[in-house]
Design a protein around this ligand. Structure first.
Ligand SMILES: NC(=O)c1ccc[n+]([C@@H]2O[C@H](COP(=O)([O-])OP(=O)(O)OC[C@H]3O[C@@H](n4cnc5c(N)ncnc54)[C@H](OP(=O)(O)O)[C@@H]3O)[C@@H](O)[C@H]2O)c1
Length: 511
């Protein structure tokens, strides 16, 4: 039966958007990809929406450059996203630049002078957000130099705040993540550290919470009695592109599972916090991550719970090992699919299937909640085959929205049944594109709301699970165990990923 578009009418719309207090923002790596593709455009859009502080300044920091060249680059970036000349110039007018080696003293002395002068000019009271948009090996050294220069101290008559945003990847295994954390905490308190996982800023991901806990309808069904299994897919159409240097050392498990996939799983499966407050919310997230059953440490058993793959040539596209910057004998996984179990009262026996990969058939991220079939079909003698189980799909990207499949009668005099999809599509209902995840997250950093940022204990719990697998792969590969399956570029991954679900009598959805 054809999909139907749900007729959505919005009522009331209680909305809690707040403007932060005046502050400064310092972007390290301000000449980089993240700064120009995400951070500066997001700050600009926030300003357009009236959500930037009444008074603020932006300081770029980098190895070379000056205020004039940075302002020119900011204008180019903003005009590139459709800003008018006047508004781009106005935003750039708030920008300055401090130059110097990240591991030398000069940069921090220059920053101290600039922050002091601009804080006075913009009456920010000394509030300042530092954003590390830098290669990960610079995160700890830069934080410690900021600390040594006294720039992270929260002091002054008005008790100004100082916060630091750290980008992913947060370490490359449990030990290195703990070491990075230790170094950050030598100069910062946990409430000053914002470990960003931009998936948590996506509208549909946040909607998981609203959907689950602002409706009566779903929560009574949200458990092992009614849910058969959950599938979380983050599929990328692109290959490794120009990030081979990073990716070939990381792989899919570190790049996608440790952070985005496990955070989404935690949001879907966590218990309701008493209130939407950062620590209450994050307490529940960490409890769920700690309830994940560790994956088997024995290589052959691990292969039955987690499939890893690497793309080979296909659909006119090069294989991973042919990509520029990738070693010809690389064993880095560009795909992983896993069956995870949550050992708690609510989810006992319900598998959570997670898969993510590069060069898959299309770019899509979704969470599908597959309900159990009806216990008995009264239509069975009239309609051959049983009713298809209901599926609730939360579309995270590219089209953000929600879809529910239900069984219904098809028009006609006979008993004809078909699946019907009720769809809510963000763009068509609200008439606008959902805001960029970084907008929400940057706003939250300025507001001091850590709800959507990963706390130290949750980061460790996620690394614990992933590090166990990485160690088994390493030990298994040395013994010729732990299969790395090939899959043609442009496909949905290796057949072994299908076999993982087939072994449980299930199959992957085709999103
Ligand atoms: N780009 C994304 O979409 C994205 C998404 C998620 C997470 N991230 C994370 O965000 C951070 C920044 O990513 P990015 O893509 O913006 O990185 P990038 O463009 O490669 O580098 C950012 C800046 O860091 C400085 N830099 C680069 N290599 C350096 C080196 N070897 N030594 C010293 N400085 C160096 C450069 O600034 P100067 O030359 O001006 O000093 C560069 O412009 C990384 O941790 C990344 O994992 C990025």
């Amino acid at each position: 039966m054809d999909a139907v578009r749900a007729d959505v009418e919005l009522h009331g719309e209680p909305c809690g958007e707040t403007r932060p207090a005046p502050c400064g923002l310092v972007i390290f790596g301000a000449s980089g990809d993240l700064a120009h593709r995400k951070l500066l455009p997001s700050l600009f859009r926030l300003q357009r929406r009236g959500l930037m502080p009444e008074s603020f300044f932006v300081l770029g920091a980098g190895r070379s450059g000056d205020t004039a060249s940075f302002r020119a680059a900011v204008i180019r970036t903003l005009e590139g996203i459709g800003a008018g000349a006047a508004e781009a110039a106005d935003f750039a007018g708030r920008c300055g630049f401090a130059a110097g080696a990240y591991e030398g003293d000069e940069l921090y002395a220059a920053l101290a002078r600039e922050i002091e002068a601009r804080s006075a000019d913009h009456r920010t009271g000394g509030n300042c957000l530092f954003y590390l948009a830098l290669p990960p090996d610079l995160h700890a050294p830069v934080a410690q130099r900021l600390g040594a220069a006294g720039l992270l101290r929260e002091s002054g008559e008005e008790a100004a705040w100082r916060r630091l945003v750290v980008e992913k990847p947060f370490g490359r295994d449990l030990a290195s993540a703990r070491e990075l954390d230790r170094r950050l905490k030598s100069v910062l308190g946990e409430r000053q550290i914002y470990r960003i996982d931009h998936y948590l800023g996506k509208e549909t991901v946040q909607n998981i919470m609203m959907f689950r806990f602002a409706n009566r309808l779903f929560e009574p069904l949200w458990n092992r009695e009614h849910i058969d299994h959950v599938q979380i897919t983050v599929a990328e159409g692109v290959g490794v592109e120009n990030r081979a240097g990073y990716y070939d050392r990381a792989g899919c498990l570190r790049d996608m599972f440790q952070n985005h996939m496990l955070q989404m799983l935690a949001l879907v499966a966590m218990e309701p916090p008493a209130r939407m407050e950062a620590d209450l919310h994050r307490d529940e997230m960490v409890k769920l991550l700690r309830a994940l059953r560790p994956l088997p440490r024995e290589p052959a058993e691990l292969d039955r719970s987690l499939v890893r793959g690497q793309y080979t040539p296909g659909a006119g596209m090069a294989g991973y090992r042919e990509e520029a910057g990738v070693a010809a004998d690389s064993v880095t996984e560009t795909f992983a699919a896993a069956r995870l179990m949550v050992d708690n009262w609510r989810w006992s026996g319900v598998p959570f299937y997670l898969r993510s990969g590069k060069r898959l058939a299309r770019r899509v991220s979704e969470i599908a909640i597959a309900f159990k079939p009806v216990p008995h079909s009264i239509f069975a003698p009239l309609v051959p085959g049983s009713a298809a189980p209901n599926v609730l799909v939360l579309n995270v990207q590219p089209e953000e929205g929600i879809a529910v499949t239900v069984e219904a009668k098809r028009p006609g005099t006979k008993t004809c049944m078909g699946s019907l999809t009720l769809r809510f599509d963000y763009r068509s209902v609200f008439g606008v594109e959902p805001p960029e995840a970084y907008e929400r997250l940057l706003l939250d950093c300025m507001l001091g709301d850590q709800t959507l940022f990963v706390r130290s204990d949750a980061m460790e719990a996620a690394w614990e699970l992933v590090t166990g697998v990485l160690e088994t792969w390493q030990a298994g590969s040395a013994r010729g165990a732990c299969t790395l399956h090939g899959y043609p570029a442009g496909s949905w991954g290796p057949p072994a990923a299908g076999a993982l679900l087939a072994a449980d009598g299930r199959r992957w959805r085709t999103p």
